[in-house]
Design a protein around this ligand. Structure first.
Ligand code: GLN
Length: 534
């Protein structure tokens, strides 16, 4: 029977709850337990697919096509698990299920209420999500305690703990200990947040204190006293120095596994963290810098590209280089901003990520043209591939090419809507989503990089390369090196260029700190070669 750890957050959002919960998972796994993770998001959206990336961060896609919160990406990267539709719940989904059941008459005339019907549905989802019978399930509750929308969840997990028995459930509360003017660390916000948690019937078993500094012993004592936890279970978690992959090691130093084992009456095991030590060492030793131009439209908020940024960390670590991503604002490039042009010229590689909508597209196409002509290693993902095809059609085929997404009345729509999506009106969950196979041409660059001609990668797109133009594009020299099940273009490349490659899928979702994704790895390697040549 699984044991459960609930992770709640206090004081403010964006404390790194997902990363901390994942790192706790990694530490437990290093103690030779099997671990699974689940995310609860209290918002009303049915899933994250319709949410703005610059507000909510990237939409992470599971193998099964679920569009979900970026924290599931952290779970996969830290634990090497494959998350599914059951690994995340939102208030939208819970209510949708309960209301559907009510319409089917399943409640036999009862008054349907938040307690017990919504709370029962939440408990059922938690109980049923782990199909692997893992030793430990970690459930992260999104948001901050005290939020109105998280109340049904705190109530449900309070009931859950009673039903499962105290030896089988523990609560970890992540809080902020801020440093104020005068250099003093303050405990009051944590005291208040624990008070709120306790007023909802939950006593934390462990307090993980996020801070810019290490929490000294006397402050731990104070926090323990006021927050009703043992001193030993007040954990200091200052900001990581170089990367988030240091966190399992920091938690180990604070004896987090031991406290969990004691609390959940598990045998005391020794965690083997050698692989995390190696990753951290490699990151520390990666001091040479390679500059990569990052041509995306969400510049300020990096969470919009979370998995891509992590994939670059993984590839950089494997290549023993620190990757300096230079933000290239495609809109400024459209206006020939001299500083942006200068930055682009400095770059040893060019990366165009996925995206939606017209804004910045012309700048992306200009950058791709620059990379192609000047033989700079260039990597395009999803929208990046589509822009590569438009650029090639415009400048080599010499046709007025565009995508139906940007300019439906263009003369040559080289990027068209996927045929089976043409009559769909709903936005939620209707794209081509999740894992599909791609087959590569045997001697293509992409097949050489992967070392195989068949891969499964995750997708999230509504448009594709128009099959009516593939012959002309190929005759003009664009190599269609990979195709999906029905002939759909999955990858393109060109000859006589050190590294120019676009993929319709999202390789970033499968990159891991233990093994960088081959495409990111090879692209970074090519950029380093380019740097050393210059
Ligand atoms: N907007 C493009 C499409 O829907 C690309 C999507 C993406 O980059 N994820 O096909």
């Amino acid at each position: 029977m699984a044991k459960y750890i609930f992770v709640t957050g206090g004081v403010v959002s964006s404390l790194g709850k997902g990363v901390t919960a994942s790192a706790i998972g990694a530490l437990i796994k290093a103690g030779n337990y099997s671990v699974n993770m689940m995310k609860i998001d209290p918002y009303l959206n049915v899933d994250a697919g319709t949410m703005r990336p610059y507000e909510h961060g990237e939409v992470f896609v599971c193998d099964d096509g679920t569009e979900t919160d970026l924290d599931l990406g952290n779970y996969e990267r830290f634990l090497q698990i494959t998350t599914t539709r059951d690994s995340a719940i939102t208030t939208g989904r819970v209510y949708q299920r309960v209301i559907d059941a009510e319409r089917r008459g399943e409640y036999l005339g009862q008054t349907v209420q938040v307690i017990p019907h919504i709370t029962n549905e939440i408990k059922k989802r938690i109980k049923l999500f782990d199909k692997h019978n893992s030793d430990i399930c970690i459930i992260e509750l999104g948001g901050t305690v005290g939020d109105i929308e998280s109340v049904p969840y705190t109530e449900a997990i309070r009931q859950f703990a009673i039903e499962e028995g105290s030896e089988n459930v523990m609560f970890i509360h992540l809080t902020l200990v801020p440093l104020v003017t005068g250099g003093e660390l303050k405990t009051k916000p944590s005291q208040h947040s624990v008070k709120t948690l306790m007023s909802e019937g939950i006593l934390p078993d462990m307090l993980v204190c996020r801070s810019t500094e290490t929490i000294p012993d006397e402050l731990k004592e104070k926090l323990a006293l006021f927050c009703n936890v043992r001193k030993k279970a007040v954990i200091s978690l200052p900001d990581a120095k170089n990367s988030i992959y240091e966190i399992p090691l920091k938690l180990q130093q604070e004896k987090v596994l031991e406290i969990i084992e004691e609390r959940l009456k598990l045998p005391l095991k020794k965690a083997n963290l050698s692989k995390w030590q190696e990753i951290v060492k490699n990151i520390e030793e990666s001091t040479d810098i390679v500059d990569i131009a990052f041509v995306g439209k969400y510049l300020q908020l990096s969470d919009a590209y979370k998995s891509v940024l992590e994939a670059f960390v993984h590839a950089g670590t494997q290549q023993k280089h620190k990757i300096n991503l230079i933000n290239i604002d495609p809109e400024l490039l459209e206006n020939n901003d001299p500083e942006v042009l200068e930055n682009l010229k400095k770059a040893h590689g060019i990366f165009v990520p996925g995206g939606f909508g017209t804004r910045g597209v012309d700048g992306k196409i200009t950058t791709l043209n620059y990379g192609r002509i000047n033989k700079i290693p260039t990597f395009g993902i999803c929208l990046g591939l589509q822009c590569m095809v438009i650029e090639y059609a415009r400048n080599v085929l010499k046709i007025k090419a565009d995508s139906v997404e940007f300019n439906p009345s263009a003369e040559h729509l080289v990027i068209e809507m996927l045929t089976n999506l043409k009559n769909i009106k709903d936005f939620g969950g209707t794209m081509r989503l999740g894992a599909y196979d791609s087959e590569f041409v045997a001697d293509s660059k992409i097949a050489t990089i992967y070392g195989t001609t068949k891969v499964s990668e995750r997708h999230r797109h509504r448009f594709e390369v128009n099959p009516m133009y593939t012959d002309d594009l190929e005759k003009a020299g664009l190599i269609i090196s990979g195709r999906g099940p029905s002939g759909l273009v999955e990858s393109v490349e060109i000859q006589d260029h050190p590294w120019y490659l676009g993929v319709q899928y999202h390789p970033e979702f499968l990159s891991s700190p233990l093994k960088a994704h081959p495409l990111f790895n090879s692209f970074v390697e090519a950029s380093i070669k380019n740097k050393n040549k210059i």
